[in-house]
Design a protein around this ligand. Structure first.
Ligand code: HEC
Length: 239
């Protein structure tokens, strides 16, 4: 009995000790956290596809807190295709964990990120984001965000593309825009300027009037991505 009691006391002491040292660890981690307020992010990039984005979106240099998709701070870029952009962004807040070259909507929600650097890579007072040449076009973004990863396995990567529709990079645009649907009664796959007449819009939103038996609803999980495709169609479905 006595031995048991002693070992219990020992275990309790050990616990307290371990907890205390965990706590200490926490405090140290906080002290060492990156203090971003008052620091600067600096972007060097050469972009293409800048003018393909519709007016609902901004191409920005932005700071995000961990786990959040809303920019804490952002600066829209005045970028022209092929001309090097040098932009700085003042970091207003200590919670910023990444600096990103990205596109945000009017609510400052991140739609797509083209390049990102952790705030912990501060060199003195500056975090550098040197990204070289990047194609940030709106259709290229839809291809990379949706078609390549979610659709191409049935539409183009197998032996026979489903519904005769190939959504592989380089072929998807011609297969969609002004292209007749498999069934004549379904009209065109994408009608530039008209979401309601575009079969693509109906199919990915699970609209039964599309007359497609295979249910595509919920294949695209993010509401902002469905809206992105609609806005691309509305703005003229440019390549
Ligand atoms: C698991 C396989 C599968 C995946 C993944 C898939 N599809 Fe389909 N898709 C089909 C099938 C099968 C049909 C034909 C259904 C029918 O006609 O009844 C179809 C039809 C379509 C059509 C109608 C084409 C026409 O001309 O009739 C469109 C548009 C379409 N898919 C877009 C997409 C998009 C965009 C994605 C990705 C978000 C996607 N699909 C992912 C299987 C798939």
């Amino acid at each position: 009995m006595i031995i048991r009691k002693n070992s219990l006391i020992f275990a309790a002491l050990l616990c307290t000790f371990t907890l205390a040292s965990c706590d200490e660890g926490d405090i140290v981690a906080k002290d060492e956290g990156v203090q971003t307020a008052g620091k600067t992010a600096c972007l060097n990039a050469t972009l293409s596809g800048t003018d393909s984005w519709s007016s609902q979106y901004n191409i920005v240099l932005a700071g995000f807190a961990e786990g959040s998709s809303n920019a804490v701070v952002q600066k829209p870029l005045q970028a022209t295709d092929g001309t090097p952009v040098h932009t700085t962004l003042s970091l207003s807040d200590n919670d910023i964990s990444t600096i990103e070259l990205c596109v945000t909507n009017r609510l400052r929600q991140r739609i797509v990120t083209f390049a990102s650097v952790p705030a912990s890579q501060l060199q003195g007072d500056t975090v550098f984001l040197n990204v070289g040449n990047v194609d940030i076009g709106m259709f290229k973004t839809i291809q990379d965000l949706v078609f390549t990863g979610t659709c191409a396995r049935c539409h183009g990567l197998g032996l026979t593309p489903a519904a005769g529709l190939t959504l592989i990079e380089g072929q998807s645009y011609d297969q969609l825009v002004n292209h007749p649907a498999r069934l004549p009664e379904n009209g065109l796959r994408v009608v530039p300027g008209s979401v309601d007449e575009s079969l693509l819009h109906k199919v990915i939103n699970g609209d039964p009037s599309a007359g497609v038996r295979y249910d595509h609803a919920n294949m695209i999980k993010e509401g902002t991505t469905l809206t992105l495709i609609d806005n691309w169609i509305k703005a003229g479905a440019r390549p």
